[in-house]
Design a protein around this ligand. Structure first.
Ligand SMILES: *Cc1c(COP(=O)(O)O)cnc(C)c1O
Length: 392
């Protein structure tokens, strides 16, 4: 006889999902109401304005797509890329490769500009590609590459695109709430994010925002978007302005209670304060990792504080270490992806999980597991280095 499912209580320090704030779990359990209930419509409006706050934008076309970050990605591509369009994609990790798939499935041509995994997107190469492809309609790139821990310069890339008369599609799934995201300041056109990274909400929603320029391109389309579910013209009959909302799909009501709570928490803390917290915890973690002989993949200028991609010492049994962390400490860290598989760990300090307790837990646990594996380490040094960093 199957019984109710009670998951173990883990500490989630991988590439997402991250630890969910208990306030959000409590919000999820509140009574479900109808998706056209006037009280719910009021909540939708509040979520839109809280998302505008988080994205730092005045864009009217700002909403959470009812599906995970990958669906936000598709929403941007299926609404802006028409058959025959050329899209320049800057790829420096896994997610740029998915952008290529999206463009090709929309009937577009993807011009790939590739950078080494672990480095930021090189604006010079992007400029060369934009010059070589004057018909390009869109430049797409990932702000915070979760597969490598690298941050690219979104402001410069958006400026380059607009000087070549291109729209931008920007992935901010891992950046929103963890480092500065400034949609209006950057002049970005179509942007998607996720709820389970630095917003510390449950997975399954994807905040998106579109500039007026992008909204006009969508309105002027002379063909139907390739996806019915993600066609913003249809979605906006439900999420649009005014009290008149028509049924498109049933919104994930309780998940939206959770997102509302997550955004309130971010608003209460303040954006600069949230970014500073992520930086502080990253600095302490880095100080501890150094004593363990663990090095960062990304140079200091382009590191994401919320996603620490690190090379472990030679001869370490990657899977055994992660298994011991989970079994002995209930601690999840991430493995490497693609060319970095088996070479790196990805230690997340995202949202609610970015705190002093988790930094110290992770360092203490890693040190003890590495000692069990026969590494020669000075016991206690990692936690002490992090403590010193917090005290300074
Ligand atoms: C996690 C992630 C996604 C995909 O989000 P899902 O919620 O897993 O669909 C897209 N882009 C980046 C950079 C991510 O880190």
């Amino acid at each position: 006889m199957p019984a109710s499912f009670h998951p173990p209580v883990r500490t989630l320090m991988g590439p997402g999902p991250s630890d969910v704030n208990p306030r959000i779990l409590e919000a999820l359990s509140r009574p479900t109401i109808g998706h056209l209930d006037p009280v719910f419509v009021g909540l939708m409006d509040e979520i839109k304005s809280l998302l505008q706050f988080a994205f730092q934008t005045k864009n009217a076309l700002t909403l959470p797509v009812s599906a995970p970050g990958s669906a936000g990605m598709e929403t941007c591509f299926v609404n802006l890329v028409s058959p025959g369009d050329t899209v320049v994609i800057a790829q420096n990790g896994v997610f740029g490769g998915r952008m290529q798939e999206n463009v090709e499935r929309c009937g577009g041509t993807a011009v790939m500009v590739k950078d080494e995994w672990g480095t930021a997107v090189d604006p010079q190469k992007v400029e060369d590609a934009l010059k070589a492809n004057p018909a390009a309609k869109v430049l797409a790139f990932v702000h915070a590459e979760t597969s490598t821990g690298a941050r690219s310069d979104a402001a410069s890339l958006c400026e380059l695109a607009s000087s070549h008369d291109c729209l931008t599609i920007v992935d901010t799934v891992t950046s929103l709430g963890g480092i500065e995201v400034d949609i209006d300041g950057w002049g970005a056109d179509a942007v998607y994010s996720g709820t389970q990274k630095c917003l510390s909400c449950v997975p399954g929603l994807s905040p998106v925002t579109f500039s007026e320029r992008a909204a006009e391109v969508i309105k002027a389309r002379d063909h139907r978007a390739q996806s019915w579910f993600l066609d913003l013209e249809l979605v906006m009959s439900y999420w649009g302005e005014g009290a008149q909302r028509a049924y498109h799909h049933t919104a994930p009501i309780n998940a939206l209670y959770g997102l509302h709570e997550a955004l309130l928490i971010l608003h209460e803390e303040g954006l600069p304060e949230a970014w500073a917290r992520h930086r502080r915890n990253h600095t302490a973690l880095a100080a501890g990792l150094q004593t363990l002989g663990i090095e960062f993949v990304v140079d200091a200028d382009h590191r994401l504080p919320q996603l620490n991609c690190v090379r472990f010492p030679d001869g370490i049994d990657d899977a055994a270490v992660r298994k011991a962390l989970l079994g002995q400490y209930q601690l999840e860290i991430g493995a490497g992806l693609g060319p970095l598989a088996g070479k790196v760990w990805r230690i997340g300090l995202m949202g609610f999980a970015s705190n002093q307790k988790n930094v110290l837990l992770c360092l203490g646990a890693l040190e003890s597991v590495l000692l069990q594996q026969g590494e020669k380490l000075e016991a206690g040094a990692a936690v002490a280095a992090a403590q010193a960093s917090f005290a300074s």
